[in-house]
Design a protein around this ligand. Structure first.
Ligand SMILES: [Zn+2]
Length: 246
């Protein structure tokens, strides 16, 4: 293997370790955020559930109040009917009939109102049942996520420590000026540092490199950067049989 290809190979090995480190760092960042998102969702559900419980309780109270009023008036109507039997003249008779009519009309309105309330209560109760189910699922999920978070972080941290050792090893193999160039890019650009160029296209930025650069790259004489994204590049055909990644 030429000196050039050897260096590219060392850089690719280093990049592989950095890929894993990148992955673990993402995990370390994402784990607490996932739990936090879950907690926010759960808290929203708690509020929504409370509101829905209040709404349902209020409807039940209203329904009870209406039922009491309907029963009271039914008793009054019954009393008026009794009165009707004992009237002494037409004037008293008409007055008793009017009173009964008006009581009956009021009660019919109340019964309509109560029917509408019963329908609404049914709708709100089924909405509440749905929220209750969601609440139970989320509560369990959150408890599990919270309990597992520390273990998840500790596991990722252990992996990271191993990888950092591996990285020191891989980095020490790379000639120091080349390593310095790699580190310079790593600290300034988004992951990754070294990328294959396939069919003239840089897989770091997905833009075609100028033909002259591509020809130079194929000559395999010096490490070249992508003129667009500045990442280090190599020609994927120099490593046949490997799927290009980037
Ligand atoms: Zn590029």
């Amino acid at each position: 293997m030429s000196h050039y290809l050897e260096q590219i190979n060392l850089l690719r090995s280093l990049q592989k370790v950095d890929d894993e480190i990148h992955h673990i760092r993402n995990e370390l960042e994402a784990a607490p955020k996932e739990v936090e998102d879950l907690r926010t969702r759960f808290e929203d559900t708690v509020l929504y559930r409370e509101r829905q419980q209040d709404k349902t309780t209020h409807l039940i109270d209203q329904e009870k109040r209406l039922s009491t009023e309907i029963d009271d008036d039914a008793a009054r109507i019954k009393k008026s009917k009794g009165k009707l039997m004992s009237v002494e003249n037409a004037r008293e008779y008409h007055a008793a009939v009017r009173e009964m009519d008006s009581l009956e009309r009021v009660n019919r309105n109340r019964e309509e109102e109560r029917n509408a309330l019963t329908d609404e209560l049914e709708r709100q109760s089924s909405a509440l049942a749905e929220i209750e189910a969601e609440y139970v699922v989320l509560e369990k999920k959150l408890a599990e996520a919270e309990a597992g978070l520390q273990a998840r972080i500790a596991e990722a941290q252990d992996k990271l420590n191993v990888l950092l050792l591996k990285r020191r090893q891989a980095g020490s193999q790379v000639p120091s000026p080349v390593f310095a160039r790699y580190e310079f890019i790593r600290e300034r650009l988004e992951h990754p540092v070294i990328v294959p160029v396939t069919d003239g296209v840089c897989s770091g930025c997905h833009i075609a490199i100028p033909p002259q650069n591509f020809i130079e790259l194929q000559k395999a004489s010096q490490i070249l950067s992508c003129p667009n994204c500045q990442r280090l590049t190599f020609w994927s055909e120099h490593f046949p049989g490997e799927k290009s990644s980037g």
